[in-house]
Design a protein around this ligand. Structure first.
Ligand code: PRX
Length: 629
């Protein structure tokens, strides 16, 4: 690819990077182009199946695609058991550092043992194949152990991000009808304790299906344990029952593996469902080629396991590849802005995968902090979650990567399960572009009629053929799955993003076209924030929008109409911000709340958020013909 003449600012990977890469670029793209099912089948054959599939893809009931039909496997078996009889047995699977500097590590042997013990604990509590288990913790190894233990026995995990709060957790427990909640007593965040168990207790008051609550001791602060419902993880793990069995549930490739709630255009967050077979093949293949995992590498994905990035690229992808993965509990700038650089030096990290918001946040403190550390172990860098602005890209490339580490700007979604548009280590890079679709993925930018647009024209980003790690449905709402993703452009998966493709075929993501706001890379729906606001007694109506923010990418601005009898005051505004924090989580707290007399609406009563946005930015609001007043 490197002989290609490309337009604009281009960074060519070095010969060493290209030669070392697992991905032999031209060959990989060409073989996937010729036969995309054959491409995925070759990859699937590298994993363990108790029984091989009949068909790689069943597309007889579009868009209800099935992959590796009648194949039998188990993703947790492929993450752990397969490594026990080879040189990886004693290799480190996880290295973990706590915010307060504690250190723990797990070999593949140890991680298998702990997972198996916890799988038995879950079994002893009556958890069976297909049951839902919610997990609510900070970034600790027990979170991965809990996920893997669920997968091992065929239970469906639903991880709720530890930064979410009472109402968000309650909704997810209810919607998934979880039988068990696994929670930590607390989590450390910038030196303070987030009281996870206390939040859970409040959420549990209204969650009728939860029979048992298993509590991981992380902070050790005082919590209330409800007799008959709450049990300590460490106590259960010491019981003989934990050693009773080491069997693995043989799963159909299409059996659900997990639910992960994410924000959509309307209403409550929806549970995206992924499966054992296809998701396994997608995460395994993409990580191997994009982050170029080699046996001796130490890889660090700095995301939270509570989000898809953590599911796919802290837990499943790395373990499927037999990698050594580093996990850090805390914030990048605590206690000082060199925390990450210190750990890269200390643990000899080779690959760092993070989000533009973190890069911008660290950039703010200047070069002196990273320059104090030896970062020469780094070989590859990664970015995810939102478009990376070229300035942050260049800083990351120069200051952190010493101009020798290619940046893998990976575009994908909770729904896609794994990378969709991304460079490979051998791809010439343009700052701010995710470059090209991964081999086997057919992406395009189309207009209102679903026709490909011309180079550099903005349009809707779509995916034109199915891929193994695609979501299979929305839990409890299969109709919405079809309506939301497949009805807009028949036969194409609608991503919800707008994008452009340049004259070299490079994709440039512009942003969401729906009412989803990306705050520090986290996905929030305007509907969630608005319903949190109107649940406060003083609020009659509310509208939330995202406005550009230097570090966070977007910040939330909310407009509120008060009920009669309430007076506008700074105190009330602060109370409303805290209320959103309590209901949804601190990340959803609006940056600013403005009390207004009315909101711009269409004649059918829909709030015109684009008008609010244009007004806040001092821009022309465009066509106002549908505005009511
Ligand atoms: O708008 C895109 C943005 O994040 C959305 C998906 O969010 P979520 O499901 O939370 O998953 C985030 C992590 C995979 C997309 O629709 N997005 C994600 N990665 C990028 C991005 N936008 C631009 N460039 C990226 N690399």
């Amino acid at each position: 690819m490197s002989e290609q003449k490309l337009s604009g600012e281009v960074f060519y990977p070095s010969k060493e990077v290209i030669e070392k890469a697992n991905a032999k670029c031209r060959h990989l793209y060409e073989s996937a182009e010729k036969d995309f099912l054959g491409f995925w089948e070759t990859e699937a054959n590298e994993l363990h199946w108790f029984k091989k599939w009949d068909n790689v893809l069943d597309d007889s009931k579009k868009p209800l695609y099935k992959w590796f039909t009648k194949g039998m496997t188990n993703i947790a078996y492929n993450c752990l058991d397969v490594h026990l009889n080879n040189a990886r047995r004693n290799k480190l699977a996880f290295i973990w550092e706590g915010e307060r500097g504690e250190f723990r590590s797990y070999s593949y042997f140890a991680l298998h043992r702990e997972t198996n013990k916890f799988a038995n604990v879950l079994r002893s509590l009556g958890v069976k194949k297909g049951d839902r288990v919610t997990i609510y913790m900070g970034r600790v190894p027990e979170l991965a152990i809990a996920m893997l233990a669920c997968a091992r026995i065929g239970a469906i995990h639903s991880v709720v991000y530890g930064g979410f709060s009472v109402e968000a957790l309650h909704e997810r427990l209810e919607d998934s009808q979880s039988k068990v909640l696994i929670v930590a007593d607390g989590a450390y965040q910038r030196g303070k304790i987030v009281e996870l168990k206390k939040i859970a207790d409040e959420a549990l008051q209204r969650a009728a299906t939860v029979e048992s609550v298993l509590v991981v001791k992380r902070t050790g602060h005082e919590i209330v344990m409800q007799p008959g419902r709450d049990m300590w993880y460490h106590e259960l793990m010491h019981l003989p029952i934990a050693h009773s069995d080491d069997s693995v549930e043989k799963m159909d490739a299409e059996d659900p593996l997990f639910l992960l709630y994410t924000s959509g255009t309307t209403g409550k967050p929806k549970a995206i469902m992924h499966t054992h077979g296809g998701y396994m093949v997608g995460t395994y293949t993409t990580l191997k080629y994009v982050f170029d995992i080699h046996e001796q590498d130490r890889y660090w994905c700095a995301a939270d396991p509570g989000w898809i990035t953590g599911h796919s690229y802290i837990v499943y992808g790395p373990l499927l590849n037999g990698a050594t993965s580093f996990m850090y509990e805390g914030a990048p700038t605590h206690p000082y802005p060199n925390r990450w650089w210190q750990m890269i030096e200390k643990y000899g990290i080779n690959i760092l995968y993070t989000a533009p918001t973190a890069i911008r946040g660290l950039m703010k403190f200047g070069e002196a902090w990273p320059n104090r550390h030896n970062l020469s172990s780094l070989r590859l860098l990664g970015s995810v979650g939102e478009p990376i602005n070229p300035e942050a890209w260049r800083w990351y490339h120069k200051v952190i990567g010493n101009e020798k580490c290619p940046i893998m700007d990976t575009w994908w979604q909770t729904e896609t399960g794994s990378f969709m548009i991304t460079p490979l280590p051998c791809t010439p890079l343009k700052p701010g572009s995710g470059t090209k679709p991964f081999p086997g993925i057919k992406a395009d930018v189309v207009n209102e009629e679903g026709k490909s647009v011309k180079p550099n024209e903005e349009g809707y980003l779509v995916i034109k053929t199915p891929w193994p790690s695609m979501l299979r449905t929305i839990w409890n709402d299969p109709e919405r799955y079809v309506k939301q993703y497949w009805n807009r452009f028949p036969g194409m998966y609608m991503t919800g993003d707008s994008a452009k493709k340049d004259e070299d075929g490079y994709f440039w993501i512009i942003g969401r076209v729906d009412d989803v706001i990306k705050v520090s890379g986290y996905r929030l729906g305007t509907a969630e924030i608005e319903s949190a606001l109107v649940s406060h007694p003083s609020v009659a109506e509310a509208a939330a929008i995202g406005l550009p923010h230097e570090i966070k990418g977007n910040a939330i601005y909310a407009y509120v109409i008060l009920r009669t009898g309430y007076e506008k005051s700074e105190k009330l505004i602060e109370e409303l911000r805290l209320h959103v924090g309590h209901e949804v989580g601190p990340i959803a707290k609006p940056e600013k709340i403005e009390i207004v007399e009315s909101l711009p609406k269409t004649r059918s009563g829909k709030i015109m958020r684009r008008v609010l946005k244009a007004k806040a930015l001092g821009q022309d609001p465009g066509n106002l013909s549908t505005l009511e007043e």
